[in-house]
Ligand binder design. Structure first.
Ligand SMILES: [Zn+2]
Length: 192
């Protein structure tokens, strides 16, 4: 089973201010740039989709922890037709936001300060709890999004890809900066 960073709560979190090290067995569903989103349509995946090692809905309700210290900047509840519950956290020491989507439960509030690894919600299935198989959608955001639910925008495939690159950092690049991923064992694909 591939080992990748999976932001679930981990008591072995690193000291305050650093990215939390969350290495668990996790199935990797899609990476940034995967050209198969939204399902059946055109667009590019903006971040990562992470699914529990058991596959399918085996991770439904698992805790989702903050990737690093930060403050909750946005919460969106049950956004249709796909997103469901969203939490966005600002990490000033990293100059980045992290976005957690399709959550089953939201366990934080706007303005709340979170420490690395602190639970902010649970893994869910998106809008109305039925949009997807359970997984965590995680984005690393480098430029403030036009809206908390921003996806690719509209236009040609070239424009869509450019939009993704404008607003989002590839999580692989982001986490590699902190030495937290064993890339040799990460597989790619789009199986949702
Ligand atoms: Zn996703």
């Amino acid at each position: 089973m591939p080992k990748i960073v999976h932001p679930v709560k981990d008591p072995k979190r690193l000291k305050r201010g650093l990215i939390t090290k969350f290495l668990v067995d996790t199935v990797y569903l899609a990476q940034q740039g995967t050209p198969c989103y939204p399902i059946g349509g055109q667009g590019f995946h903006t971040g990562w989709d992470l699914n529990g090692a058991g596959g399918g809905d085996s991770d439904l309700g698992m805790p989702v922890g903050c990737i690093s210290d930060g403050v909750v900047s946005e919460i969106v509840r049950n956004n249709g037709p796909l997103w469901g519950n969203i939490v966005i956290v600002w990490h000033p020491h990293l100059d980045r936001w992290s976005r957690y989507a399709h959550l089953k439960d939201i366990q934080c509030a706007v303005g709340q300060e979170l420490q690395a690894g602190e639970q902010l919600g649970t893994i869910g299935k998106g809008y109305n709890g039925t949009a997807f198989a359970a997984h965590l959608h995680l984005d690393i955001i480098k430029k403030k999004l036009p809206t908390p639910t921003y996806w690719n925008g509209s236009g040609s495939l070239q424009i869509l890809k450019s939009n993704v690159q404008t607003y989002f950092e590839n999580p692989k690049v982001f986490f590699a900066r902190y030495g937290l991923i064993d890339f040799e064992s990460v597989s790619s694909g789009c199986r949702l």
